[in-house]
Design a protein around this ligand. Structure first.
Ligand SMILES: Nc1ncnc2c1ncn2[C@@H]1O[C@H](COP(=O)(O)OP(=O)(O)OP(=O)(O)O)[C@@H](O)[C@H]1O
Ligand SMILES: [Mg+2]
Length: 247
């Protein structure tokens, strides 16, 4: 295992203030995630899972403590430098897919590359390749409303992959899916992790889903209360390829 963690949280605290009310969402979390790891974060509702994922993803900053990406502290980075680091390093997947409804699958996947200023032809090729990786090339020109939930989440994974991130952060990626589609998402994550060495960190409520990863971190009231290595991760079945219409 490499000696420098891809991501490290060091004594991270997060306090939210809403009017008079203060919520101490994270109370000193220290964790390392090494390149090639596939980890699940579990814990009751309100235990700070999403807050931790957002801090690791540089979407927000700790109140106290520090986040390191590839050994470098993010504390002194300006907001734009932080956004830049995030866009180059991290792909996000959310429970509700967060696709733009007026764009096709292909256009949704191209979006992160548009923000990078990549020319159209190259962008399209990369987006098509990312859709191919999730088995959805035949749905490239469908809009989200014309796709099943499982297919929408696979488009969202393609969008997360297209920028060639070293880290995928997924907040309840199977939370809105039935178990068969949840399996399909786990199969994709396992393949990306195994074949491309992609580092994956997912939040889940589902013990069965967590058992597809290789490490489980449990949070309670904003602290890490348990950690375990999954000795024999469950192996998820890939879904059959989507057929071309009329084929
Ligand atoms: N932006 C915010 N402003 C104020 N309080 C917040 C904010 N985000 C989270 N919190 C509070 O911080 C605590 C942790 O929230 P968080 O969303 O991290 O929990 P979670 O473990 O992801 O829960 P769930 O399983 O329900 O998604 C909760 O008490 C929540 O109300
Ligand atoms: Mg959450």
């Amino acid at each position: 295992m490499a000696s420098t963690p891809l991501v490290e949280a060091q004594s991270v605290h997060k306090v939210f203030r809403t009017g008079q009310v203060k919520v101490h969402a994270l109370r000193g979390v220290t964790l390392q995630f090494y390149p090639g790891e596939f980890t699940s974060i579990m814990g009751p509702s309100g235990s700070g899972k999403s807050t931790l994922l957002n801090l690791i993803g540089c979407l927000d900053r700790p109140t106290k403590g520090e986040i390191f990406i590839a050994g470098e502290s993010t504390r002194r980075l300006s907001d734009s430098a932080l956004a830049d680091l995030r866009n180059r390093t991290i792909g996000f997947v959310f429970q509700d897919f967060s696709l733009l409804p007026q764009l096709t699958a292909l256009e949704n996947v191209e979006l992160p590359l548009i923000y990078r200023g990549m020319p159209g032809k190259r962008r399209r090729e990369k987006a098509l390749r990312a859709l191919e990786q999730v088995g959805l090339l035949p749905r490239a020109h469908h809009r989200p409303a014309q796709l099943s939930g499982g297919e929408q989440q696979r488009v969202a994974i393609a969008r997360a992959l297209v920028g060639e991130p070293s880290l995928i952060l997924a907040d309840e990626p199977t939370g809105a899916l039935d178990s068969r589609n949840g399996q399909a998402i786990m199969a994709i994550f396992q393949r990306l992790n195994r074949e491309q060495g992609l580092t994956i960190l997912q939040v889940t409520h589902d013990e069965q889903i967590a058992r597809h990863s290789r490490r489980i971190v449990r949070l309670r009231d904003g602290t890490v209360v348990a950690e375990e290595a999954v000795a024999e991760p469950l192996l998820a079945q890939e879904m059959e390829a989507v057929e071309e219409e009329g084929a």
